[in-house]
Design a protein around this ligand. Sequence first.
Ligand code: ABN
Ligand code: CU
Length: 715
Amino acid sequence: MERLQQVASQVTSAVSAPAAPAHPLDPLSPQEIKYVTSIVKEKYSGKTLNFNTVTLREPPKNLYYNWKEKKGPLPPRLAYFVVIEQDVTAVQEGVVDIPTGQIIQLKQTEGVQPILTTKDLSDTEEIVRNDPNVIAQVVLSGLDKSEMKNIYCDSWTIGYDERWGASRRLQQALIYWRSHEDDSHYSHPLDFCPIVDMNAGKVIFIDIPTKRRKVSKHKHTGFHPRDVASKFGTKENPSGYRQDDTPINITQPNGVSFNMQGNVMEWSNFKFHIGFNYREGIVLSDVNYNDHGNTRSLFHRISLSEMIVPYGCPDFPHQRKHALDIGEYGAGYCTNPLSLGCDCKGVIHYLDAHFVDKFGDPSTIRNAVCIHEEDDGILFKHSDFRDDFQTTINTRGKKLIISQIFTAANYEYCLYWTLRQDGTIKLEVRLTGILNTYICDEDEDIGPWGTIVYPKVNAHNHQHLFSLRIHPRIDGEGNSAATSDACPSPYPTGSPENVYGNGFYAKKTVFKTVKDSLTQAESKYARTWDMFNPKSINKYSGKPASYKLVSTFCPPVLAQPGSLVRKRAPWAEHTTQVVPYKDEDFGYGTLYPSGDHVAQWSGDGLRGMRKWIGDGTDNVENTDIVFFHTFGITHFPSPEDFPVMPTEIFDLMLRPRHIFTENPVLDIKPSYSKMTSEVRTGAKGLDSCSLNVDSTSRLAFNKTSSSSDSCCSKK
Ligand code: ABN
Ligand code: CU
């Protein structure tokens, strides 16, 4: 239930509004955060308040482009806040108009809880460690109570537990033991699960399984240098590290080829804004491509709007393990400070991220976003066999990578938003970190729901599913979407339409309504999805300017209909959903597909995607649409994933189709080019890559290069 108040209460703050940053999509500055919290504190004066969220409320799309493209006024600079007031169960949220210092909206939402912060997580661990009933359970698990300092918990929001609903702010504490300070506690899970009430600051219940298991005293398995030395070290090689590993460096002698003014990036014909918030992390907005002087609008906004990691063990209370990490913890709030040369190599530009702490002060994650370039291999190449491949063009590409890494307790999600010079936008996810583990006895039959990855360590089956939110603006307003299926001709061999039986084509099915857009991945059709502007027709192909979503990591959600997982992640049911963009609620009408507040949502009622889908009859053709795409992996753990997981990679691409009238990277200078006439006359052509020109490349086993080591010369 929501109670909404439109208010315009002028709060007379002692300080005046700080200057707004250069661009209306720029995240709130620390000064703005401080100013907003001073206004909110005045409004709630006399109350005991914890700040949970203070973030930019981005301007609605129409106001943004009115400013950007029509010389209209700057859109309002708004901040959205959530506070937790002692003894109030409802989520208290509001919007502050920064320049005037007015709180222009106040809302109370029941039936859910605000997002968890890292402070909530560490507070929970402290509460659990000091609870006498938890101490008793630790002793029952086979540990002395002096070991309490080595008891750790991964605090997860409770998900939803009908025993308490959303009436209290609850966490489930997944309990582990470290055999010493440097142990990886995931090798020693315990079997019980305390429930912590964050507002009361105490453990209110402990879920105890009927079958008890004693903690593993098996030697811990770690992954730091000391662990590696003790596992693999020898007299000749005490460190245990492989000795054939030589350094690889990236050199950019002339620096980067991108230019950033504030948060606006210009790189190889692309121009766009890089934003960052507590929840979605990186947000790419107002993405344009300079098509030989003609600015082509591509996307209004792209971000990861939600995710879920549902675990597949049906035994109580593991059904509660289905973290919606973006909505419940925030890809921003959990983001890592990145370090030069380790997280990204090369010439790096960083952006910091600013959040609010519980007291209302700004806190900063340094180097939250890493921006850099890498070699992207061959962009295009052709050689002519007629002169033994001497007639050649070979153009190498670069890619621009905007990345962040967030830690969702045990897992690391490394997110790489990658742009290629031909207009392709890629998202690559590298999943690493540590499996979520649960205890099992040495002789226990764990059934098909998990894998024993180490003695007494059961890693349950699970999925990692993301909701990618794409707001296309291809050649301006009025976009549509469709499936594109590789289909054989429907006519049989021998028929007049398909005499030889070889015909096939791309079958496009345009979504007219929301219902049409609820599609599943279909590998037998090599299904892809198009977003396009039906009014912008390519002069050669006669087809609309499109971006094609190519995404092959699209597992179906494995939880059953009616399950908590399916109820709380209504977006996970389909690979795609297209809904009309709503400017309501400051443009936030269609942002978070599991609802604005996810923690402790029962999954009942109309929120998020379920609300937007409605009866499915809304028009989504040639209008302002938002395209949601569910992708990810199903993870059946194996010992190779433990004690820390080598990155598992899954990715997707948005590719321009019928946007340009020819290969858009012909104007990237080739590394090597020789035309047939140049081969015939012995002319030089263009060469910046062969070994006598490029001193950074050399032969691995022959230190002296000769002029015949040119990349394309005949030996
Ligand atoms: N995967 C659940 C989670 C995420 C972040 C912090 C704690 C727990
Ligand atoms: Cu996994």
